[in-house]
Write a protein that binds this ligand. Structure first.
Ligand code: NI
Length: 186
């Protein structure tokens, strides 16, 4: 049971630029408690990623956990539970792609968002070790979506054509992909 509830769009904490976490704080009791609460909240709400501002803490920390059982993706494009502290994104391929996105902080809504198709993220893991991951296709979108939260940006800000917004119910009725797959909530 999470002790911190998920903040929803309209809560000012979601619009703040989050603070870097001093490396000496990584691994502290307070840090570990925050990570645990974020994981609990993400699992409770069925998300594949969560950022600290979404549980009311304006610090640069996010978590992704994404395993897609889909032939479209290679196994090496799945993320085990990954904790990213002070992450920095670099675009590796500026070619754009569009995916329908959702967000735990924007309930009941989906929107088509264009983003670069390949990125690298440099971050510190939960023990303070420098790490790098690369993401392509939907995984690149998930990473960029989570990192946007640390700068006060929500996916709705990036919907270019507001006609490409839908409630979850209407999305499933009218916009689901031909293969029956749908994008999970990030
Ligand atoms: Ni989100």
């Amino acid at each position: 049971m999470a002790f911190r509830s998920v903040r929803r769009i309209g809560d000012p904490v979601l619009r703040q630029v989050a603070q870097r976490i001093p490396p000496e704080k990584i691994g502290s009791e307070e840090f570990r408690a925050l990570v645990d609460d974020m994981v609990d909240a993400m699992h409770e709400e069925g998300g594949i990623g969560i950022a600290a501002p979404q549980v009311g803490e304006s610090v640069r920390l996010c978590i992704v956990e994404l395993t897609v059982d889909n032939d479209r993706y290679d196994d090496d494009q799945s993320f085990e539970l990954t904790v990213m502290v002070n992450p920095q994104v670099s675009v590796l391929d500026e070619e754009e792609q569009a995916f329908w996105e959702g967000c735990l902080s924007v309930p009941e809504l989906r929107g088509l968002v264009h983003r670069p198709r390949k990125v690298r993220v440099d971050y510190l893991d939960e023990s303070g070790t420098p790490c790098t991951i690369q993401g392509e296709d939907f995984f690149a979108t998930v990473l960029q979506h989570e990192l946007d939260h640390l700068d006060g940006v929500l996916f709705v800000d990036k919907i270019r054509d507001t006609r490409m917004m839908a409630t979850v119910e209407e999305f499933e009725k009218h916009w689901i992909r031909d293969d029956g797959d749908q994008n999970p909530v990030v």
